[in-house]
Ligand binder design. Structure first.
Ligand code: MN3
Length: 239
């Protein structure tokens, strides 16, 4: 056999091998395993990258969504692909019960899964010409808990400012229907502590550094003008 034909023969054999491998995907067990390899997907940003200009700039939004959030999804999928028993569980279910996640991937689910859940929520909490203050039941609950919206805002701003390094500040609801303002480090989510996040601000530097550099206070002040309180109220009603 001349070298060229030999190479072609090897190539054909390799293709036949690939065909056999693909063929086994018709085995139902393999199909599940193949699908489980990438169960989590990056949700599209629900508005244009520049929708929140000039408060949150388009370049930050694009990198934040397309690079940072995408990386959390990729790394989460890599981790869960090693644990077929977790197939079919939502990211919220995994984060609510981290101790049930195999230790080998628990940190990855906490960090990358937390990043995926936190950012998926964060995009929904923002809108062009947002801000103002909540109405209805949520407004009453905030007044009841904090005394006034202004006091809530002070506490939320304080939580966002004092979070050392990377993390989030949240308005949460616990199982007893009590509101709280709290901070979490890194990509930790209140879900893991049994509380439902209603509103959250990402205070990682990647969320604001291009436009605000070290001025986190200016970023936090701007955030109040892009909050979608309808979504926050809806989460409060459902929780
Ligand atoms: Mn972020």
């Amino acid at each position: 056999m001349d070298p060229l034909n030999r190479r072609q023969a090897l190539h054909t054999t390799a293709l036949m091998g690939a065909a056999v491998t693909v063929g086994t995907c018709f085995n139902p067990g393999r199909v599940v395993a193949a699908e489980a390899a990438a169960p989590f997907t990056l949700p599209p940003l629900p508005y244009a990258f520049d929708a929140l200009e000039p408060l949150l700039d388009a370049q930050t939004m694009q990198i934040h969504h397309d690079k940072h959030h995408a990386a959390y999804v990729t790394n989460l999928n890599k981790a869960v692909a090693t644990q077929p028993a977790l197939a079919g569980q939502s990211i919220e279910a995994l984060l609510k019960n981290l101790s049930a996640v195999p230790e080998a991937i628990r940190a990855a689910v906490r960090n990358h899964g937390g990043g995926h859940a936190n950012h998926s929520l964060f995009w929904q909490l923002l809108k062009k010409n947002g801000g103002g203050r909540p109405t209805g039941e949520l407004s009453k609950a905030i007044d009841g808990k904090f005394g006034s919206f202004a006091t809530f805002q002070e506490k939320f701003t304080e939580a966002a400012m004092k979070q050392f390094g990377s993390g989030w500040a949240w308005l949460t609801l616990d199982a007893g229907k009590q509101l709280s303002v709290e901070g979490t480090p890194n990509q930790d989510t209140p879900l893991s502590a049994g509380r439902t996040p209603l509103l959250g601000i990402d205070v990682w530097e990647h969320a604001y550094y291009l436009k605000y550099q070290n001025r986190r206070a200016d970023y936090v002040a701007a955030f109040y003008h892009v909050i979608n309180w309808d979504v926050v109220s809806e989460r409060f009603q459902k929780a």
